[in-house]
Design a protein. Structure first.
Length: 445
């Protein structure tokens, strides 16, 4: 099933702070985000290339500072709030962490998570995501940065998108005027960041970010609707279908006052929760409702999701030929719209359809085509799904054949997926591991 991402082509009115202002502030304060030196013009404390540990320190420090300033807290106030906990921190210690000079230990991480209401798993995921991403933000306006982030997202460069979003968060924090309009814009930015985090596989961080967006947008029902759309998609990914259905229904209620694009995405996540519950015909009808919104608003990127999702509903209803037609349309549309991640995802589904029809060579060709698109973009979920399809094909051709090298690779990929409980291939893999473990236990006994 396709991932969701709300449109980012809305006009903005952010003025007074530029990317150059952000860089000047970082040079004065020593606060650096996860955007490395060299491309963004931000000085590095290290000589030579930025090391992974340094990049992680910068990512954690920048995130904690942005979270603190968003709550209008000073470093002194945060330090005072930790005094009643088992893990006390001084203002100097907090400052060093925020500047990326020190990596927070377990005690510091727990203390700051408790005070700032941050899930510790979100901090851990940000460490995993902290890599040197060459993104040039020099001299760009807020509107240009938003356009750059959207471009990276739709081309499948999700970590680059996250780096630009982090720069945008800092840009908002530097603004002297902090009013309801600022909060609304920060809320929309958090929705966009949540969608990007979801596509990197960082589900805990994405969930926490979506929930922050919903809280920030308490007076903005249309933005809250967007937050609930992403949250519902995340609950689907984690297999929490009752929660997904509730969030999707809330999104539809709030989206009645929003534009057609948001309404379309609200119908999409509701349909996805129904699909994962096995209610294929009802899901198909809701996807068609979403498609109507996408067509009327000329949202071609969203339509790419929906063409394939409708096809998967037909497959669930046993209509294989109809399913193939819709999925092929989704692949063609993804190519025209330059959406390589979606193209790869639907190629895997087309491979599964071919395997069901016992056209194994054709299915393997689709899986390999998906890998050629997904591997360079480091989209681990699609790589996992394509490799799992290839493993299944090996066993369908010859159940006795050993495929241990691919399985070892799949196991390594699985460790990066962070509780994707609503994905068919993940469930199949876990079932295989469980059966293998039970078999080994029986042999030992």
């Amino acid at each position: 099933m396709g991932d969701s991402k709300l449109s980012q082509d809305r006009p903005t009115d952010r003025k007074g702070v530029s990317a150059r202002d952000v860089e000047s502030h970082r040079q004065k304060t020593g606060v650096n985000p996860s955007i490395p030196a060299g491309k963004s013009g931000i000085p590095s404390h290290n000589t030579g290339e930025t090391k992974p540990v340094f990049a992680a320190q910068q990512a954690i420090g920048s995130f904690l500072r942005a979270t603190r300033t968003a709550q209008k807290l000073t470093q002194e106030q945060v330090a005072a709030m930790t005094k009643d906990s088992p893990w006390q921190l001084s203002r100097a210690a907090i400052s060093a962490i925020e500047r990326g000079q020190n990596f927070p230990g377990m005690e510091a991480m727990l203390a700051l998570s408790n005070v700032l209401y941050v899930d510790p798993r979100e901090l851990i995921e940000r460490v995993r995501l902290a890599t040197t991403v060459p993104v040039d933000v020099t001299g760009l306006s807020y509107e240009e940065l938003e356009k750059k982030a959207a471009g990276h997202f739709w081309s499948g460069e999700f970590r680059k998108a996250l780096s630009v979003y982090d720069a945008l968060v800092e840009m908002i924090a530097l603004e002297e005027k902090q009013d309801s309009g600022t909060r609304a814009h920060l809320a929309r930015l958090e929705v966009q960041r949540s969608a990007a985090l979801r596509r990197t596989g960082a589900l805990s961080a994405a969930t926490a970010t979506a929930e922050r967006a919903i809280a920030l947008a308490v007076d903005e029902p249309s933005i809250q609707a967007e937050g609930y759309v992403v949250l519902a998609g995340l609950q689907c990914d984690r297999g929490l279908l009752p929660l997904a259905t509730h969030a999707a229904q809330r999104a539809i209620e709030l989206a009645s006052e929003a534009d057609l694009k948001t309404q379309g995405w609200a119908w999409t996540v509701k349909a996805s929760s129904l699909y994962l519950s096995g209610k294929y015909d009802q899901a198909r009808r809701d996807y068609l409702e979403a498609r109507k919104c996408a067509v009327e608003s000329n949202d071609r990127k969203h339509q790419t999701h929906l063409e394939g999702n409708i096809g998967m509903c037909w497959l669930g209803l046993g209509q294989v030929a109809e399913a193939r037609t819709w999925v092929c349309r989704a692949i063609e549309l993804a190519r025209r719209e330059a959406q390589p991640v979606l193209e790869a995802s639907w190629l895997v589904e087309l491979g599964k359809i071919a395997a069901q029809e016992k056209r194994y060579d054709e299915a393997d060709g689709y899986a390999q085509a998906a890998l050629r698109l997904a591997k360079p973009l480091e989209h681990q979920m699609t790589v996992f799904r394509a490799e799992w399809l290839r493993h299944r094909l090996v066993k369908l051709r010859n159940p006795e054949r050993n495929d241990r090298h691919r399985l070892a690779y799949i196991r390594r990929l699985f460790q990066l997926l962070d509780r994707h409980e609503g994905i068919e291939e993940v469930l199949e893999f876990k079932q295989m591991v469980m059966l293998a473990t039970q078999s080994q236990d029986r042999k030992k006994s």
